[in-house]
Ligand binder design. Structure first.
Ligand SMILES: [Fe+2]
Length: 220
């Protein structure tokens, strides 16, 4: 499935499943190789296919001039695109050499916007562990007020403040942990902290702050 740059009905494929940045077994014992392989090669792959398939359906909709199914297609596209984006970030956010705490300006920003690292950690852990149904806990950069925020995302695309940029994401879907942790999602969340690749989070933080996406109020 990786590297699928084929075409769908003459349209170039828009989304491609990325290779993992480490072996499937690299995050053991926190996450088993079996879970990681299923998670990447089946679940993440399905979101990539879903996003591409929905783009194709949207093109067919435009060609036919029949937009009666647009509401469902737009929801399906948001779901699959967001699933693809979040999983892509999630793999890079984790590392066999992860853990500890951030330093530098990211650490300062966390202290400023959450009070302390421990308070931030508790908020993100709780947001991840208490998502109703399936979702994510997300640390994001909010460009309007130029601050870090924690978002509790439903499915892949609900409960999100528009224009926020995720920089650290914790997958709270059962497919991420149930084979190993059963129903004890908080234990899985605590293990994730030992895998966080703060260098990756820091690079995303720096890119989000410097991307020039801060909103401006139009003068007219
Ligand atoms: Fe997932």
């Amino acid at each position: 499935m990786t590297g699928n740059n084929g075409s769908l009905g003459g349209m170039p494929t828009q989304y491609v499943l990325p290779d993992m940045p480490y072996d499937y077994g690299a995050l053991e014992p926190a996450i088993t190789g079996e879970i990681l392989e299923l998670h990447h090669s089946k679940h993440h792959a399905a979101y990539v296919k879903g996003a591409n398939d929905t783009l194709e359906r949207l093109a067919e909709t435009r060609d036919a001039g029949d937009f009666s199914g647009l509401v469902g297609l737009e929801k399906t596209f948001a779901f699959n695109l967001s699933g693809h984006v979040l999983h892509t970030i999630f793999w890079d956010n984790l590392s066999p050499d992860g853990g500890d705490r951030p330093d530098g300006e990211l650490a300062t920003a966390i202290d400023e916007h959450f009070g302390s690292f421990d308070a931030f950690r508790t908020q993100l852990s709780t947001a991840t562990a208490t998502v109703q149904g399936s979702g994510w806990g997300v640390l994001a950069w909010e460009p309007l007020s130029k601050r870090l925020v924690v978002e509790q995302v439903y499915d892949h695309h609900g409960n999100v403040g528009m224009n926020t940029t995720p920089i650290l994401v914790f997958d709270a879907w059962e497919h991420a942990y149930y084979l190993q942790y059963r129903n004890v999602r908080p234990d899985y969340v605590q293990k994730l902290w030992n895998l966080v690749n703060w260098a990756d989070v820091t690079s995303r933080f720096d890119a989000a702050r410097g991307s020039g996406t801060s909103l401006t109020v139009p003068s007219t």
